[in-house]
Write a protein that binds this ligand. Structure first.
Ligand SMILES: C[S@@+](CC[C@H](N)C(=O)[O-])C[C@H]1O[C@@H](n2cnc3c(N)ncnc32)[C@H](O)[C@@H]1O
Length: 376
């Protein structure tokens, strides 16, 4: 339990500064920002905390080995050397994720295959049985990263991607990943105290993630992690750790969260999601048009929204006109508010017509987008 390991926490492109801030707030030892994530050196207990608490993390990988892998023989030999029975049983399932860059071994599928062979052959030699490969719901995910012929072999402590908190019952249309929604809330500068409004709330992701922050609900509180399957996992200590963490959840106070969407199905779905997340007492969802909003004087609230954008959502000319109209409405009616709007590109960001604003480049799945932060 007290043994130290090197971990790499992955995140979506552009989120590294937010992830690093989270790692520092959590006091993860020796947290160091990198492209694509954050390193830290710590114990498995630190990895429990990272999985349980970090809202913008996608996976927490534990490094097992680092070695030269100029060819597949070296790769195979080093994979065979690992005692995989610590992480997987001969009757279990596993999956290998491979990434290769600027290396002689440059075919990810082949690399994944050779790693799989090494794992399977090790089990077969020791037990006569072998674990099976499963893409979904595998007991163990193994990560292989080869860069300039150097290989890092890791096991995934998280299991399923951390955006799967366990609260999403309703998908809606084009929902934001929970991890990106959490990053948007953090990048908005919201202080967990000002009223929060989402006019285009869809399945409620932004408000639910924000309410979980205000309620101090750990994002990993409702789900299982990969490390829970490992042979040396201390299940009793982990149960105590989790129970103790859940006692720190706060009850809903006076803080106001308002969600609105034109689509009645989305509103009903958002309510179901909020209940599953344990924040139904924090948020009021209603069916309505973003353009009929009556801003409350002196509220000094925050508007955080994922605007409709992108070819899947509608006609580009109409979407630009909508941004123009919405920006004008906010400037006219919402003095003292701050807006954080996630939208498609520079053109749409400019169409909002704000005076004091900045933009941050993010990636929503495979789509490049901009987060516009403005003072109104
Ligand atoms: C990109 S989606 C938001 C997705 C949401 N962030 C989520 O995670 O589920 C945009 C939403 O805006 C809603 N919408 C479009 N025009 C609207 C309007 N004029 N007033 C209110 N909602 C609107 C759509 O129904 C859709 O749910």
């Amino acid at each position: 339990m007290n043994q130290k390991h090197t971990f790499f926490i992955t995140c979506a492109p552009g989120i590294e500064p937010v992830l690093h801030r989270e790692a520092r707030e959590l006091k993860l030892p020796k947290a160091e920002r990198q492209v694509g994530g954050v390193f830290f050196k710590g114990t498995m207990k630190d990895a429990w905390r990272a999985n349980m608490e970090m809202r913008t993390a996608v996976r927490v990988l534990r490094r097992l080995e680092r070695f030269e892998a100029p060819d597949d023989k070296q790769l195979y030999k080093n994979v065979r050397r690992v005692d995989w029975s610590k992480f997987l049983s001969a009757d279990g399932t596993f999956f290998v994720d491979a990434q290769c860059k600027e290396s002689a071994l440059d075919h990810t599928q082949y690399v994944a295959q050779r790693v799989k062979d090494g794992v399977v052959d090790g089990f077969r030699a020791a037990t006569g049985r072998r674990p099976k490969v499963a893409k979904e719901g595998a007991d163990l995910r193994i990560h292989v990263h080869i860069w300039r012929d150097r290989c890092i072999l890791s096991v995934d402590t998280s299991g399923d991607s951390l955006h799967k908190r366990g609260w999403r019952q309703y998908q809606g249309r084009a929902p934001l990943a929970e991890t990106l929604a959490a990053a948007v809330v953090m990048l908005s500068g919201w202080n967990k105290q000002a009223p929060l409004v989402d006019f285009f709330c869809g399945s409620g992701t932004l408000l639910i993630e924000a309410a979980m922050m205000a309620a101090n609900i750990p994002p990993g509180g409702w789900r299982k992690f990969g490390f829970e399957n490992w042979a040396d996992h201390n299940a009793d200590a982990y149960r105590r750790f989790k129970e103790q963490r859940i006692t720190q959840v706060r009850k809903a106070g006076k803080l106001r969260f308002q969600g609105r969407d034109l689509n009645v199905e989305h509103v009903a779905g958002a309510e179901i999601n909020a209940e599953a997340a344990g924040v139904e007492d924090w948020i009021n969802f209603e069916r309505g048009n973003a353009f009929n909003y009556e801003a409350k004087a002196g509220w000094n609230g925050f508007m955080i929204s994922n605007m409709p954008y992108g070819v899947r959502v509608g006609d580009p000319v109409e979407i630009e006109a909508m941004h123009h109209q919405f920006g004008a409405q906010l400037r006219r009616d919402c003095h003292g508010y701050r807006a954080s709007l996630l939208t498609g590109d520079r053109r749409l960001a400019h169409a909002l017509g704000f005076e004091k604003w900045d933009q941050i480049s993010l990636q929503n799945g495979s789509i490049q987008c901009k987060l516009v932060n403005a003072e109104l």
